[in-house]
Design a protein around this ligand. Structure first.
Ligand code: HEC
Length: 234
């Protein structure tokens, strides 16, 4: 969905440049049509983005990338809209095209497109936002939503930690009772400090798995007795 206006706008810009070389009126019309198509696509993408944002607010406490992405997206929309209106007007009023400003605006717009795409890509691929599935952190983000809900009704940090440990799949590598496996033995460990060092840049980025959650898991792990192998949730 979001790729469609990007392709049209970039293609339109390329066609405009070719027009500057060959001056064929058909190219000028094609460039304008691509611009208008790109504008319509961009409007649709922004509307989609607004809806996705409402869902994403549930998923993520930190939305910096989203804010940047949205601000750049709106700026792009304004520039492309103004450019399209100016060009339609020039065409209708049969004025000769004003080349240099148009090329400059075009270059700015391409820069914005790349920036919007970059931040949009970070949202989708790093955070799993806006995709039903497939974002690498999507499932974790979903569990975090659930954990936030549980947090609101569970005053006991140890209980919350046990739940977080289970839901985030720590047990798959560190064992049901933190006895270790593919990852180390975490029984009776205080993990608050080392967790992000090991996992922050890969499996569990701090933007998604917040410090509060790690603190809860740490509170639970500290209570897991090395000897009995039983967890102690009381
Ligand atoms: C895909 C397997 C995997 C999952 C899932 C996983 N870990 Fe790990 N974890 C590891 C491995 C492997 C290491 C050791 C890395 C190393 O030593 O370089 C590790 C290291 C750690 C460390 C550093 C301390 C130590 O003993 O090395 C902590 C703390 C930790 N994990 C906590 C967790 C918690 C909490 C979760 C769940 C939110 C989790 N891990 C999920 C594999 C995993």
């Amino acid at each position: 969905m979001a790729h469609f206006p990007i392709v049209l706008l970039i293609l339109g810009f390329v066609v405009d440049l070719v027009y500057l070389k060959f001056r064929h009126p058909g190219l000028r019309a094609a460039g304008l049509l691509l611009l208008i198509g790109g504008l319509i696509g961009a409007i649709a993408a922004v509307l989609t983005g607004v809806v996705v944002k409402q869902n994403a607010e549930l998923v993520l406490p930190s939305l910096t990338d989203f804010t940047i992405h949205a601000a750049l997206g709106f700026a792009l929309l304004v520039i492309v809209g103004a450019l399209a209106i100016a060009r339609v007007w020039i065409l209708v009023a049969s004025k000769s095209p004003i080349i240099l400003p148009q090329v400059i605006v075009g270059v700015v717009a391409i820069g914005l497109i790349l920036a919007v795409g970059f931040y949009g890509g970070r949202l989708v691929y790093d955070r799993g936002i806006g995709v039903a599935e497939g974002g690498i952190y999507y499932e974790i983000a979903q569990e975090v939503v659930e954990l936030e809900r549980i947090r609101a009704v569970t005053p006991n940090a140890v209980e919350r930690g046990a739940e977080a440990y289970r839901r985030l799949g720590c047990s798959a590598c560190h064992g049901e009772q933190a006895e270790g496996g593919r990852g180390g033995d975490l029984k009776a460990r205080k993990v608050q400090e080392e967790f992000y060092e090991t996992h922050g840049s890969r499996n569990f980025p701090p933007e998604i798995v917040t410090q509060e959650i790690v603190d809860d898991i740490g509170a639970w792990l500290e209570r897991v007795r090395p000897s009995s192998g039983q967890d102690d949730e009381d």
